[in-house]
Write a protein that binds this ligand. Sequence first.
Ligand SMILES: C=CC1=C(C)c2cc3[nH]c(cc4nc(cc5[nH]c(cc1n2)c(C)c5CCC(=O)O)C(CCC(=O)O)=C4C)c(C)c3C=C
Ligand SMILES: [Fe+2]
Ligand SMILES: [Fe+2]
Length: 337
Amino acid sequence: MLPPDHPPVPRPKIGVLLMNLGTPEAPEPRAVKRYLREFLSDRRVIEIPALLWQPILRGIILNTRPKKSAHAYSLVWRDDGSPLAAITRAQAVALKDAFGPGVMVDWAMRYGRPAITEQVQAMKDAGCERILLAPLYPQYCAATTATANDKAFAHLATMRWQPAIRTLPPYYDDALYIDALKQQVEAQLATLDFEPEAIVASFHGMPQRTLELGDPYHCHCRKTARLLAEAMKETLGGRELLVAFQSRFGRAKWLEPATDTTLEALPARGIKKVAILAPGFSADCIETLEELAIRGRESFEEAGGTHFAYLPCLNDTDVGIKMLKGLIERELQGWLP
Ligand SMILES: C=CC1=C(C)c2cc3[nH]c(cc4nc(cc5[nH]c(cc1n2)c(C)c5CCC(=O)O)C(CCC(=O)O)=C4C)c(C)c3C=C
Ligand SMILES: [Fe+2]
Ligand SMILES: [Fe+2]
């Protein structure tokens, strides 16, 4: 029994915080500018000295890109908001009761809202003495995984009484993930009214320099693709699973081959029917729905392609949620009763 003047002590709980990249509040230039300012000011994302970068960002990029990007967002925006936010929210809702009554599951964005800071604080206030931070990036990258964890730790640094913390490791080679991808891709291929002659796995790109600096992202992507191709050997038959990197930004050299040039080169090789997936994205977003499914299709068809299919991400499908549940359950071992 607490003495009457003791501050209230909530029943101890466990928190699971799903973290994704972030997205604008609206498909409008002002909201996109606010989002890009925060995103592209992150030193984990743009690794050039702020003194050189900030004038370029504020003087050029934030005056040109928001309008163009807002248009791209408007093409994929849903009634319930940005696809990335709506799907991440749906994943958290689907997992809400998955781990029992003492475990709360919520979601946060590294840039924009709901912010990681406010969600970590909300979990602490609700009585979470243990929190699993779950960056939803299968492949580790300092620009995504590390910066999401950094943000949570920066807030924990302000707390007198910190919860215990675990972080979800990258799951690029996890059997649960590879199997979920295989199931998802095979189910989607079965619905197509054509037989793709090639299948492309498109991952978000990164500057080549990050690989040279020791970021394992490129190796993680390659291994995911190799394991998926092995798992799908029968379905692929003789077809190759091509790997490419999308979303090049700026003038530096990025990981290659680039997705757009890969798609454009296929028809000349006699490959006119293609399916493309984006295994590095846990939720569909502007990068998949606009860049791949809309622009990718256009450039493939302009180059002579006749059939194109974009295969959606795992999202909040049964297969995707079952995978997330399995990955999270494993990390909660020793914490769950
Ligand atoms: C130097 C710039 C960028 C790096 C490095 C980068 C890495 C990176 N990003 C993702 C995942 C996502 N990126 C998304 C959008 C997006 N990415 C960049 C730039 C870099 N990304 C920009 C400028 C944008 C905004 C869109 C645009 O203006 O074109 C998204 C989608 C967000 C959404 O709202 O839908 C995701 C997801 C990964 C995984 C990654 C490194 C591996
Ligand atoms: Fe990105
Ligand atoms: Fe893009």
